[in-house]
Design a protein around this ligand. Structure first.
Ligand code: KIV
Ligand code: ZN
Length: 511
């Protein structure tokens, strides 16, 4: 059996199903190109039948990457499969990924089908997909709660019909590592034609076991891992790509398995995702969290000074972190900025780098040290700010404890036209949000409001993250500025712009 593990990244499909993680087409293409640099084998680009927006994004990704396979997801129905093929057919290496639930619970309550009907649907779906595409993956949804003999029958039929990859998902994160590993070795041993397909696993993290289950399955003979950057995904998320890859890497003699991942691209990739979806990486996150290489206690620090291996099982450099905090300032040159941009996962051309360089210089006039987060905020503002429906021109706020109600005077653009209004609120932020909401004629519900200093020091930039809901749609917005009230207004408008651009809500119609 080969010792090469294929990394199937589903950040753009299952990951995007994470609440609040919706990405625009441009953002998806940008992330897909980074996944290619990271060295994943397959990118699951989306679910083309879910919405016209999904279809277009999958098609754009299919045209944008060439080294990795591009997979589209489809339910086991002809319309989905044909739509999926339309979206991916121009990819260098297209793959159709069909799925169908095989557990008693899903068959009875979701599909309302008898097992014999499900078996026939699986055969028909794979046969149709294979008539269109040479690379077909079949997923037995909720496999870990399926009855083994029936699961084996469906898997055998799918391989017989032409599936080249068989995916065994732990859809609800229910499995335990020993049990899940055993399921994989049992299937490989008991499905007569198992040697004709690659076995894959797709583990959710509801019990915090997604990585453990995935690794157990790989030891048991699975040769594809379905993962997402930072583990984002439905509910508690999916198995985190960086965790599986670094476990295989750090414990190579134990697993004796290899991936084609450029591990130095792990941190830049997770950083890029975090910026795109507007959700910070938790500081304690394994491998890529801010604290993953920080040593607080004196005993640990003493050990580290004598020999880093006392408390570090991998180097920050091995996952693409510099290891030292390179801080840019007034006197930093373009070379230092270029190196920093690379580390942060930005691949900018010369013109874009020059624009950011000028912005860094302007900021350096106002503040002594420019940290990573400052650079990220500047790149987002200067380069990746998508053309917006709403834009802030000027803002002034009156607040304090004088008894005068907090007042905001907002001048902004709506589709290029200037609008002005003043309004009151309970506090300065409330006054700003209330006034903007009056101008745009919408009353979104504010679900979350977070303000943080991007870096240390009283001259730090303030970064505001808001999560809002409007007509059943959610969006995250971020804004940064030296003034936190201005940053709040920018974040609010950013979320409104995202809501305005939101593609049709995907419909996971029940079969
Ligand atoms: O979790 C799951 O079962 C899935 C399938 C569509 C592969 O995401
Ligand atoms: Zn899933």
């Amino acid at each position: 059996m080969s010792d090469k593990i294929r990394i199937f990244d589903t950040t753009l499909r299952d990951g995007e199903q994470s609440p609040g993680a919706t990405m625009s087409q441009d953002e998806k293409v940008r992330l897909a190109k980074q996944l290619e640099r990271l060295g994943v084998d397959i990118i699951e680009a989306g679910f083309p039948a879910a919405s016209p927006g999904d279809f277009e994004s999958v098609r754009a990704i299919a045209g944008a990457v060439s080294k990795c396979s591009v997979a589209g997801l489809a339910r086991s129905v002809p319309a989905d499969i044909e739509r999926c093929w339309e979206a991916i057919k121009d990819a260098e290496k297209p793959r159709i990924h069909v799925f169908l639930a095989t557990s008693p619970l899903h068959m009875q309550y979701k599909l309302c089908k008898e097992p014999a009907q499900v078996l026939q649907m699986a055969k028909d779906a794979v046969t149709l997909a294979r008539s269109l595409c040479d690379d077909v993956e079949f997923s037995a949804e909720d496999a870990s709660r399926s009855e083994r003999p029936f699961l084996a029958t469906v898997v055998e039929a799918a391989i017989e019909a032409g599936a080249t990859t068989i995916n065994i998902p732990d859809t609800v994160g229910y499995a335990q590592p020993e049990e899940f590993g055993d399921l994989i070795s049992w299937l490989i041993a008991n499905v007569p034609n198992s040697g004709k397909a690659v076995f894959s696993v797709h583990c959710h993290n509801d019990l915090g076991l997604a990585t453990a289950n995935t690794l157990a399955a790989l030891r048991a003979g699975a040769r594809q891992a379905e993962v997402t950057l930072s583990g984002i995904g439905e509910r508690a998320g999916n198995c985190a790509l960086e965790e599986v890859v670094m476990a295989l890497n750090v414990r190579q003699p134990f697993f004796e398995l290899e991936t084609g991942i450029e591990t130095e691209q792990l941190y830049p990739s997770c950083r890029l995702l975090s910026r795109i979806i507007g959700m910070p990486i938790p500081p304690y996150k394994a491998i890529v969290g801010r604290n993953a290489f920080a040593h607080e206690s004196g005993i640990h620090q003493a050990g580290m000074l004598k020999n880093r291996q006392t408390y570090e099982i991998m180097t920050p450099q091995s996952i693409g972190r510099s290891g030292t905090d390179i801080v840019l300032g007034k006197h930093s040159g373009r070379t230092a900025l270029t190196a920093k941009l690379k580390e942060l996962g930005f691949n900018l051309n010369d013109e874009q780098t020059a624009t950011v360089f000028e912005a860094v210089k302007r900021l350096a006039d106002k503040k002594k040290k420019i940290f990573d987060e400052d650079v990220e905020a500047l790149v987002l503002e200067e380069i990746f700010r998508i053309p917006d429906k709403y834009a802030l021109r000027t803002l002034s706020v009156l607040a304090g404890n004088t008894g005068v109600p907090p007042t905001a005077a907002v001048v902004m653009e709506v589709d290029g036209e200037e609008k002005k209004l003043s309004g009151f609120g309970m506090g300065p932020v409330d006054a700003v949000f209330h006034t903007i909401s009056e101008i745009v004629g919408q009353k979104p519900r504010l679900l979350e409001y977070l303000v943080s200093a991007v870096t240390g020091g009283t001259d730090a930039q303030g970064e505001v993250t808001v999560r809002m809901e409007l007509a059943g749609k959610n969006a995250v917005g971020r804004g940064s500025d030296g003034d936190i009230i201005v940053a709040s207004a920018k974040a609010y408008l950013n979320a409104l712009n995202r809501l305005a651009k939101k593609e049709e809500k995907r419909e996971w119609a029940v079969l």
